[in-house]
Design a protein around this ligand. Structure first.
Ligand SMILES: Cc1cc2nc3c(=O)[nH]c(=O)nc-3n(C[C@H](O)[C@H](O)[C@H](O)COP(=O)(O)OP(=O)(O)OC[C@H]3O[C@@H](n4cnc5c(N)ncnc54)[C@H](O)[C@@H]3O)c2cc1C
Ligand code: FES
Length: 275
């Protein structure tokens, strides 16, 4: 299917059946289902996922090695994500989308910095890169048992010159510390052509600042409260833009002018809250 055909099919709401559940960590699971449209989304795009009887949540669309299959990788958190995480093979969910823009594909020496389920759009991005690109992925987690996608990232980049660096805050696996510490070290040692990031907003804010100061093109995928997912309700407003329609991907130059980035977001009732 071409991208034009994908666009025409956008917002094709449907019910899909979960075919496989993969335990990634004690709190993160990947749910696999068949959907040709979602299997081909651009890196950074998301879907709205209806958990029957509970709620609807925005979820980045995860890659899966079989064509026509797509997936969501969900962390158990509040009511809706825990309900999604608890579904089994054979259960049904509603999906609509894809929504949002996508990362700009640059070439050369690329750095991908992700934390937690923020790695989901970065895994898809890895599948869009040229085989000639030299790719480094920094993946952050609090502790060893929360590290996931390390094997997958190596597999997706097996034909590239690449490095996958796991970083844990408690030092129980990989490098010890924060992803931004490792990023700063890499940038001192090497020149990069572009940086892409997705994860906790404080982390992304630091990543964007570091890259911007070094004059490296940087893009981040920003999360806000989403209801319609398609630019109608305004619940995802982020300064002067709508995250679902104008984003979720924004470049560093814009992000550093948006006073909400890294500092405040809106609650479910629309009130501004500090991060
Ligand atoms: C574009 C996008 C992609 C996302 N991709 C993933 C993913 O791949 N995997 C994953 O585990 N999570 C992802 N999330 C987060 C996910 O949508 C939920 O926010 C999270 O799972 C918590 O939901 P909850 O209802 O269980 O938590 P609750 O306890 O009800 O809410 C906790 C917090 O979750 C956030 N939240 C709740 N509902 C929404 C909503 N409708 N829209 C945005 N934020 C909300 C708010 O910050 C809220 O304060 C994504 C969010 C966005 C905006
Ligand atoms: S979620 Fe409704 S406008 Fe973005």
């Amino acid at each position: 299917m071409t991208w034009l055909e994908l666009q025409r099919n956008t917002d094709s709401s449907k019910i899909v059946t979960i075919e496989k559940v993969i335990d990634e960590t004690p709190t993160v699971r990947t749910l696999v289902f068949t959907d040709e449209l979602l299997s081909k989304v651009l890196p950074g795009q998301f879907a709205m996922v209806w958990i029957p009887g509970v709620n609807e949540l925005p979820m980045s669309v995860m890659v899966y090695q079989e064509t026509t299959k797509a997936a969501f990788t969900v962390r158990r958190h509040g009511l809706a994500s825990t309900a999604l995480y608890s579904l089994q093979a054979g259960d049904k969910i509603g999906v609509r989308g894809p929504y949002g823009n996508s990362f700009t594909i640059k070439q050369g020496k690329l750095l991908l910095v992700g934390g937690g389920t923020g790695l989901v759009p970065l895994m898809r991005l890895a599948t869009f890169l040229k085989k000639t690109d030299d790719v480094t992925i920094i993946m952050g987690a609090k502790t060893k048992q929360e590290v996931f996608f390390e094997h997958l990232a190596n597999k997706l980049l097996e034909h590239n010159k690449h490095k996958v660096l796991a970083v844990t805050e408690d030092g129980t696996y990989g490098e010890s510390g924060l992803v931004t510490d490792v990023m700063q070290r890499l940038l001192r040692e090497d020149a990069f052509d572009a940086v892409y990031t997705c994860g906790p907003e404080k982390m992304m804010h630091k990543v964007v600042q570091i890259a911007f100061e070094k004059k490296i093109h940087v893009e981040a995928s920003v999360e806000r409260m989403m209801k319609c997912g398609m630019g109608l309700c305004g619940s995802c407003c982020f300064g002067d833009v709508l995250t679902c329609k104008d984003g979720t991907v924004f470049d560093g130059q814009y992000l550093l002018t948006n006073k909400e980035f890294g500092y405040v977001h809106r609650s479910k009732s629309g009130i501004l809250e500090n991060y």
